[in-house]
Structure formats: structure tokens, C-alpha cells
Design a protein around this ligand. Structure first.
Ligand SMILES: [Fe+2]
Length: 337
């Protein structure tokens, strides 16, 4: 992990942020007035160096691949882990983790959610026994290999529905420590031959939408036409790829070889990080991939999973989402795409 991208609050900064954010009632529907309230509190109470960094990320002239925030305030008492799709205020005392994820996201862009990913503006990633073999945030038994979040959604007609970034923070911690892994695609591309990069830059790949999406969108939208995996300058590329099974279909053997080499290079440059309470990681989804290890979830005495991670996805603005079904203020259902 490059320390240039790590911001650690001192205890005094942490407590100031706690005082400001703990006064805000979380609104799971994500109304713009709630987002504004968090944004104003964040601007008042976050250290200037962090506000500067988030503004740079928003402007995107020289974005960081990822940003790690340490020693953040945490919710005092977490009583149990809820059903990930049911808003359960009793599960913990207060909404610091939600407000923190929204604070970071809202200083970079506009937080939102897609219904398949989470019914509330802040998504809960909790291992589910029923879904343990799933290649989603609710799975556990299978490794969720490196991917750009919702990579196929960069190519929905003339619109890009893929988030520009995502924030992950811990609420409860599983002692098994399944790591989230991060890989800056630019470092991986530096390891590849010119020939491989040429293949990746050409429209030689079909990308599928994530598993859960396939249940409710028309067949012709379940995978892209032939598209390139890399667009633009390779020093600051727009990347669209997912390496878990059956997600990218190359058009020929040369493209398949380049894809395999890209996967190897991504693994080589990656590092792991434990998403614990008090730590938040922002991942730039335009050129940074992430993965999650497979693990055996641990449970407390009442059978409640110990791993509870929260996620917020962010778009530069929500103009592209205007034709989707707006289920809640900032929760969209892609069924009308
Ligand atoms: Fe993901």
C-alpha cells in the first residue's frame, strides 16, 4: 500500500468528526437534503488535507487509485448484524459508519444505490448462508476475484451506469479477516507487452452484467456488444473488466491470451487490506480493481455473522440515471434500461 494515499486522523480530529456526524439522522432513502447535511458537516469537521484530497479526486486531473482513511470514529455499540436488505436501526447505536461513508462519497460525487446491490443508499455487505456460493458481496465461500464494479454498465448504449468509485468501511469485524484486495490497473499494464495492450484496447470482448442483475433485465442487455477493456491513455485509462468466472468472453485466442496476462499482472501488483471499523477505503472504479478473499464466516453466540462491511457507490452526477426506475430518492432499479 502506497502511504501517499493513506490519511490517518489524530484523536482530536477523530473526536471532532464524531461530534459533527453523530448529530445527523441517517436517511436510508438518500434524500438530497440528507446528503447536503452530511456534506456540510464533513466540510466543517474534516481536516483540510482530507478535503483537499477529496476535491482532487472529484476534479480527477490526477486521481489517486485508492484512498485509505484511518482512525475514523466508530459506532459505540454494535448489538447484532442485521439482514443486509432490511433497515434495522436497533442493530447498533447511532449511524456514524453510514454518515462517514456518505461524507467521503459526497465530497467526491453523488452517492446512490442500485436495488440489486442494496435497498438503501448505504449497502450492507454481510455473509449470507443462503448465498455463500454467490459471486456477490453476500457470498463467502468463493473468492470474488478482481473486478471493476459493474464493469458492463460502462457500455449501456451511450450511457455509463458504472460508479466512478466506491467507499467500503467496517462495522463489525470477522476474526477470519477476509481481505479486500486492491490493484491499480496502471501498474499491471506496465508489466504487459505492447501486443497484449493492443488487444485489450480493441473491441474484442463481451462483458456480462453481474449475476444478480441477470434475473431482471432483458437478455440482450445481459452482456455488452464487443467492447475494449482499456480506453484512453494507459497512464490514466478507463478500465472495464471482471475476472470472476464467466464474466468476460474474448472474441478470439489472442484476446483470450491478453486477458489472461492482464489477470496475472493484476494479481502481481495487488495488495490486501482488512476493512475494519475505523478504516474506510475509497476505490477509484475507473482504473482500480478490487477483490475479496473466500472465507469461512464467523458467527456470534446468537448466530449473527461477525463480518459487516458497508459500501457506498458514487457517480459524478445522476443525469445518466434519469430514465431508470427511481425506487427511493437515490435507489434505482435498472429494470427499465
Ligand atoms: Fe465489488
Amino acid at each position: 500500500m502506497n502511504q501517499e494515499y493513506v490519511f490517518k486522523l489524530c484523536d482530536e480530529e477523530r473526536e471532532y468528526l464524531r461530534r459533527e456526524l453523530s448529530q445527523i439522522q441517517y436517511d436510508p432513502t438518500g434524500t438530497t437534503s440528507y446528503i447536503t447535511e452530511v456534506r456540510m458537516a464533513a466540510l466543517r469537521s474534516m481536516p483540510r488535507r482530507i478535503v483537499d484530497c477529496l476535491n482532487n479526486q472529484k476534479a480527477s486531473l490526477n486521481p489517486f487509485p485508492y484512498i485509505v482513511f484511518e482512525n475514523l470514529p466508530i459506532d459505540n455499540t454494535v448489538t447484532f448484524t442485521p439482514d443486509p436488505q432490511v433497515f434495522t436501526p436497533l442493530a447498533k447505536e447511532g449511524f456514524l459508519s453510514e454518515n462517514l461513508a456518505i461524507a467521503i462519497g459526497s465530497l467526491i460525487g453523488e452517492p446512490y444505490s442500485m436495488l440489486h446491490e442494496g435497498h438503501d443508499i448505504v449497502n450492507n455487505l454481510i455473509p449470507s448462508i443462503k448465498d455463500k456460493k454467490e459471486y456477490t458481496g453476500l457470498g463467502s465461500e468463493v473468492e470474488l476475484d478482481f473486478h471493476i464494479e459493474n464493469a458492463a454498465l460502462k457500455f449501456m448504449g451511450d450511457r455509463n451506469y458504472s460508479p466512478c468509485g466506491l467507499a467500503l468501511t467496517g462495522v463489525r469485524h470477522d476474526p477470519e479477516k477476509p481481505l479486500t484486495r486492491i490493484a491499480d490497473a496502471r501498474e499491471a499494464l506496465r508489466l504487459l507487452s505492447k501486443n497484449d495492450i493492443d488487444q485489450l484496447c480493441q473491441p474484442l470482448f463481451h462483458i456480462k452484467v453481474p449475476y444478480r442483475w441477470r434475473l431482471s433485465i432483458p437478455g440482450e442487455l445481459q452482456e455488452t456488444d464487443l467492447v475494449p477493456l482499456i480506453q484512453g491513455d494507459i497512464d490514466l485509462p478507463e478500465v472495464a473488466v471482471a475476472f470472476y468466472p464467466d464474466m468476460v468472453r474474448p472474441a478470439n485466442d489472442f484476446a483470450a491470451t491478453a486477458l489472461r496476462h492482464f489477470h496475472d499482472a493484476i494479481r502481481e501488483v495487488s495488495f490486501g487490506i482488512d476493512v475494519t471499523p475505523g478504516r474506510l477505503i475509497y476505490i477509484d472504479n475507473r482504473f482500480t480493481l478490487h477483490s475479496r478473499d473466500s472465507f469461512n464466516p464467523s458467527f456470534d453466540e446468537s448466530g449473527s455473522p461477525l463480518r459487516w462491511v458497508q459500501r457506498v457507490i458514487v457517480a459524478p452526477n445522476l443525469w445518466n440515471h434519469r430514465n431508470l426506475n427511481q425506487v427511493k430518492d437515490r435507489v434505482f432499479n435498472p429494470v427499465t434500461m
